[in-house]
Ligand binder design. Sequence first.
Ligand code: CA
Length: 225
Amino acid sequence: MKLLLVEDEPAMRQTLVRALGNRGFQPRACANGDEALAAWHAGLYDVVVLDLSLPGRDGLEVLREARAAGLREPVLILTARGTVGDRVIGLNTGADDYLAKPFDLDELEARLRALARRHAPAHEAAPRMQHAGTLALDRDNGAVYHGGEVLELPPRELALLQALLASPGKAVSKERLFTLVFPHQAEVQYEAIEVVAYRLRKKLAGTGASVVTLRGLGYLLKVDA
Ligand code: CA
């Protein structure tokens, strides 16, 4: 069971990664909101564990943004703020369950399994292949196909195409693309994404799909009708 864990406190994060890993989960741990959103957009998870108080973008903002972007994985909010108000705000923002710290690991595990079970049909119903014209993205392994053949691209161009193919015809912000194409590379110039987009645009010539720049919004993948 794939799990996205968002927790800023290192000791708590490590404990949860180890404990949940021992209980058969495959945790992907993130320490802040930006990292969490990038990982959430880039992968498929069965369930998300989200700490509410995070540095910078807090848990509720992450949740709000994820839901607005159409990410539907079930979310369990984990927080030290155990007040009724936080619980209601969290559930209204799109969380599916709530657990206050300190909590029992057995209870966390039981709730995560229940959440994943409840959401399993919708999850399985999501098509594995995302088609856009003659291009197709295999959501399971990230491979991109053109007319049935694997499209061989350098890693950065592939990452950009994967991100655009995941929501064809919709603008994807430059900021989000940057975190997906250049993960953990703070020293890279922001404009580098334009170079990757330029190269990808040339490689897509003749596929019927093109990378369109939307000033101030980002990029989108346009597919010939
Ligand atoms: Ca925290």
